[in-house]
Ligand binder design. Structure first.
Ligand code: SF4
Length: 430
């Protein structure tokens, strides 16, 4: 077990150590399975390819503007498939918003009006989020101001071409230092290391920037897998009631005793630094960052949310519309009783390439509500797996899909000009 280094410990963050032996095996398995499109990965298409204005492919500068703008809403509890679709629709309506020479002179209200229009179209009957701006509802006023500010910075300091950021800086930390608004006047707002690594992964994928070593993209999915498999060891504390200004946001008492770790920026940075160093160290032996990142993202995005042990239950509001806070998780005791599992349960974990090292359960609800990863309990295998004959003839390697179930928040519609999606829709959660 490797301890977090002294450099990393200067952050008051909860990372205690890393199981590098397990990390190696885990990354290798997921990277190779993604690369070879084995098992449930067979037909999956990354969102940056699924929701992509094809006409931009031949114009590197505009392609850079596109990824620059798509990166903005990928923050907090945003579902990146939904965000891509939303921004895609916004582009179809208002391509001028994506031109920094134009956007830098806009007022936030103009961007707000455009996003509301898209939200009404793709969420008929009421958009998600209180502000009726769909994906942009989360911290929307910030998004709009950031959109304009960043357009101005891109024009005034980077010649309106994102590729200039990487001139002479094909090194993750050096490139980030150039656009870190805490250290540079040329910095972009709303872009910390997580978003920067995500955006740079796209820029490399689409050939805008030469390939160089990136860290893994440490979002909710990465954190969840690293915690579920106990690859990282962290200091947990009780979730408690929290100290929200709005008393209605106080955490339900039923959640207070759960072990939790808050996903702060210093914590995310600690994990990013570790993955960057780790991938550099084992560059010749591990699949590339892109393959590992996609292997882990799709695993947590597609299979893990449908594992019953990762479910969370919300408070019900009287109006039946607003989403309530998480108030219950599934207990270990429930998972040991076959009667409590859903009828016709499809057992997603039987398709998981790394099931043998999965030890704990982290549902998504608490992360969306409080930015905390909450340990629900131990990973417990579906009790019927051993006795149901049809489970025995399905192997993890078999190409296959995990079909959509109710509650899926991803649309089935495929836009014109996007890559044709032959994939049956998957059961997703962020
Ligand atoms: S065993 Fe299940 S919950 Fe664990 S990582 Fe695999 S799919 Fe996710």
């Amino acid at each position: 077990m490797k301890k977090a280094s002294k450099t990393k410990q200067r952050f008051k963050a909860p990372l205690l150590g890393v199981n590098e032996k397990l990390a190696f095996k885990f990354f290798k398995t997921l990277g190779v399975w993604w690369q070879e499109k084995r098992g449930f990965y067979a037909d999956l298409i990354p969102p940056q390819r699924r929701w992509f204005p094809e006409e931009l492919r031949s114009d590197p500068q505009k392609l850079g503007w596109w990824f620059f703008c798509v990166a903005i809403p990928m923050r907090g509890g945003i579902n990146s498939d939904d965000a891509f679709r939303f921004v895609y629709e916004l582009y179809r309506d208002r391509p001028d918003l994506f031109n920094p020479y134009v956007a830098m002179y806009m007022e936030p209200e103009e961007i707000a009006g455009a996003t509301e229009k898209v939200a009404m179209r793709i969420h008929p009957g009421g958009s998600q989020g209180e502000k009726q701006k769909g994906t942009f509802s989360y911290q929307s006023y910030q998004h709009e101001r950031i959109w304009i500010h960043n357009a101005k910075v891109l024009v005034e300091h980077w010649g309106a071409d994102l590729r200039n950021v990487f001139e002479g800086a094909l090194d993750f930390e050096k490139a980030f230092a150039k656009i870190d608004h805490k250290r540079s006047k040329k910095g972009f707002r709303g872009m910390r290391r997580k978003i920067f690594s995500l955006m740079t992964t796209w820029l490399i994928e689409f050939g805008l920037v030469p390939d160089f070593q990136l860290p893994l993209i440490i979002d909710f999915h990465a954190m969840r897998l690293l915690l579920m498999h106990e690859i990282i060891q962290v200091e947990f504390s009780e979730l408690g009631p929290g100290k929200p200004r709005d008393p209605l946001r106080i955490r339900p008492e039923s959640m207070w005793k759960h072990a939790a770790v808050h996903i702060s920026e210093p914590f995310v940075d600690q994990v990013i630094f570790w993955t960057l160093a780790f991938l550099k160290k084992y560059k010749r032996l591990l699949p590339c960052q892109y393959d590992i990142a996609h292997g882990k993202w799709f695993l947590s995005r597609v299979l893990c949310p449908d594992y019953y042990g990762n479910r969370s239950f919300e408070q019900k509001h009287e109006d039946g519309k607003r989403r309530g806070l998480t108030e219950r998780l599934v207990s270990d005791e429930e998972l040991l009783e076959i009667e409590t599992w859903p009828v016709s349960y499809r057992d997603p974990c039987r398709l998981c390439p790394v099931e043998e090292s999965c030890k704990a359960r982290f549902p998504q609800g608490p992360y969306f509500d409080w930015g905390a990863m909450v340990r629900a309990g131990d990973h417990i295998t579906y009790p019927l797996r051993k006795v149901e004959p049809h489970f025995r003839i399905i192997t993890r390697d078999m190409p296959g899909t995990f079909l959509k179930s109710s509650g899926d928040r991803v649309s089935n519609s495929v836009p014109k000009n996007s890559v044709e999606d032959k994939t049956p829709q998957l059961t997703l959660g962020f």
